[in-house]
Design a binder for this molecule. Sequence first.
Ligand SMILES: O=P(O)(O)O[C@H]1O[C@H](CO)[C@@H](O)[C@H]1O
Ligand SMILES: Nc1nc2[nH]cnc2c(=O)[nH]1
Length: 329
Amino acid sequence: MTGSSASDSSCLIAKSKTNGTEMNGNTTRNTYTAIENNTYSYEVIKDIADYLLDRTTIRPLIGIICGSGLNSIADMITDTKVFEYEDIPNFPVSTVEGHVGRMIFGYLENMPVMAMQGRFHYYEGYPLAKCSMPVRVMKLVGVRYLMATNAAGGLNSKFKVGDIMLVRDHINIMGFAGNSPLQGPNDPRFGPRFPPMTNAYNAHLIKIAKQVAKDMGIENEIHEGVYTCLGGPNYETVAELRMLRTMGVDAVGMSTVHEVITARHCDLTVFAFSLITNKCATGYDSSEDEANHEEVVTVGRSRQAVCGELLCRVIREIAKECPNKAQVK
Ligand SMILES: O=P(O)(O)O[C@H]1O[C@H](CO)[C@@H](O)[C@H]1O
Ligand SMILES: Nc1nc2[nH]cnc2c(=O)[nH]1
């Protein structure tokens, strides 16, 4: 597995790895045929991917996940084929306000994409492997890049509500407690048992996004930082927020980390950003700093055009670097 540096080839896409032999050296033996303990087998995920591919001629190269209040990023997609989650076999449903619950295939900047308008969170009762299962669907559909967006609380004192943090790295706090989307038997058709995470977020795409932000005249609203995911659904106590700051966390949410781990496990190139929807409290008397989901969704909606443009322009740059991948509709 590589850190997916852009200099690897004329195209940003990291060379697809050949999955090694694990599972007693037998990669073809099908020991995972059912959804057991909410663990989706390769075959079930392949069935979901085939269900989608059988119903559209679009072959996405980029997978997008829309964060809370950021659904309209996917509304920019053209020539769409829309799948309601409830119609996709074995797919979970979205239960959170601000997450619509559909998968949209189509084109952004002439690049074939698939976008999730609605993601799955641990606090909804879904295990992490189920939350990030759609990332594996993306992989089997043929996606090479994951672009994840989220709404997050700003811990870094330099961040203002409405700013965007390009995710440079994450701290997998749920992983510290032994909870991982990769828990359980490893299927090497997705990736290795012990995947590295040192270059989880593609540095070249971050550089592109910073230049794009300059071009858009929003460089003062863009930061780079460290994201963490907590299980939720409650927001953090003041003591927890102080601890997170001390740990070096710049923004806190309840998603993305497990999606990124799953994406890197199957060798997708990852780009992610957080929209700072609220400032995290610094003390007990700051009642104005109490987070609430209504505010999160409202700020998301007010900034989704900017977030969408940033994403589109980054995709435009990817398209320039992979001209043969842009598709004529
Ligand atoms: O991460 P996304 O899905 O953007 O949503 C964030 O906003 C919600 C809390 O307001 C949580 O679901 C948190 O994860
Ligand atoms: N955990 C967490 N998730 C969020 N999502 C949006 N804002 C927040 C926040 O302050 N904390």
